[in-house]
Design a protein around this ligand. Sequence first.
Ligand code: MN
Length: 249
Amino acid sequence: MRILVSNDDGIFSPGIKALGLAMRALGEVYVVAPDVEQSAVGHGITVRRPLRFKHTAAAGFGEIPAYRVDGTPADCVVLGVHLLGRPDLLVSGINIGVNLGLDLTHSGTVAAALEGASLGIPSIAFSLDTSGEELNFALAAEWAVRIARLVAERGLPKGVLLNVNFPAGVPRGIKVTRLSTHHWEDTVVERLDPEGRPYYWIAGTPVGEEEEGTDLWAVRQGYISLTPVSLDFTAEGFMPQVEAWLQEL
Ligand code: MN
């Protein structure tokens, strides 16, 4: 089995190193990841400038072929599949920080898996809660291998990927969840550059309802959260109402 590993924290992140090395237990691994951090860039694809694809021995993957790209996580998946061949499985992460609820609309980690799923490749995004004292990527990577093995054996429906979040500390177990309302309440910080001109920095505070059965709830309770996510954004329940509106057009 061939496994493509990517992320959005960049090829030098400890999260992708742990994931890439652990995935060797399942098959032939290759790594294609951004050269610098691309967190929160979402599913962007670079189409108005050229991209470079460079072998990177210094990232600590040993014998595993590892390449860095000066683009987004989705660029990495597109180039990785095109230049190195189609994998049987795509894994993204392990992200430094959770990707819960509405975070999925910004997450580069999840976008790599979305790109994989849209290419018909079974794809999984992995993220780790960083509120703990230390980041145990090795433990998360062990669970990632177990989950990836199941996905490789059972497959995923067309247009569906898995979004996995690891809690801080040792997991109490694993829960299948739905997305929560977790998101970041934006604050905009205004400061002055050395020449006295204003610049702006978008920051925020994470908020969201800890409703039972959601990804946020599971992670806060110390469980691994596993959410099946669909590429189909259609709000089907609302379609009859939009149909009714059309009567008034
Ligand atoms: Mn990230």
